[in-house]
Design a protein around this ligand. Structure first.
Ligand SMILES: [Zn+2]
Ligand SMILES: [Zn+2]
Length: 124
């Protein structure tokens, strides 16, 4: 299961259903329930990071050290997810944590938006 994410590489955000479909396409016969269980296990081992995106549902990405501290732009219409980096957000997070005496572990911003396709489909 993890090898699937490694093949796809960093920066992919897949839902359990998408992981399931890709495994089936690769002729690996697993049930969706098994996929859910494996994803949860890999997340608890911190090999995957679980993103909770209000409209995009739960998505998982490879949690590698070289790929931390990035942010997500999420389309509320179709769940399309783009990544971006912002040192400003990181600095703010660090400062907010510091001013409360917290030790920063991770600072991730999820931005809800509409992608161009969904925005043009929206009746105005
Ligand atoms: Zn990401
Ligand atoms: Zn969209």
């Amino acid at each position: 299961m993890l090898s699937l994410f490694e093949r796809i590489g960093e920066g992919s955000h897949l839902s359990a259903e998408e992981v399931h479909q890709r495994l089936l396409r690769a002729e690996e016969r697993v049930s969706l329930a098994t996929v859910y269980r494996s994803l949860r296990l890999l997340s608890s081992m911190e090999l995957l990071r679980e993103l909770e995106l209000p409209e995009g549902g739960r998505r998982f990405e490879l949690a590698s050290d070289g790929h931390r501290d990035h942010h997500h732009l999420v389309c509320v219409g179709c769940g399309r997810t783009e990544e971006f980096e912002s040192s400003v957000v990181l600095d703010e997070g660090r400062q907010a944590a510091g001013s409360h005496g917290f030790r920063l572990i991770e600072c991730v911003l999820n931005v809800r938006a509409l992608c161009p396709r969904c925005a043009s489909a929206e009746p105005s």
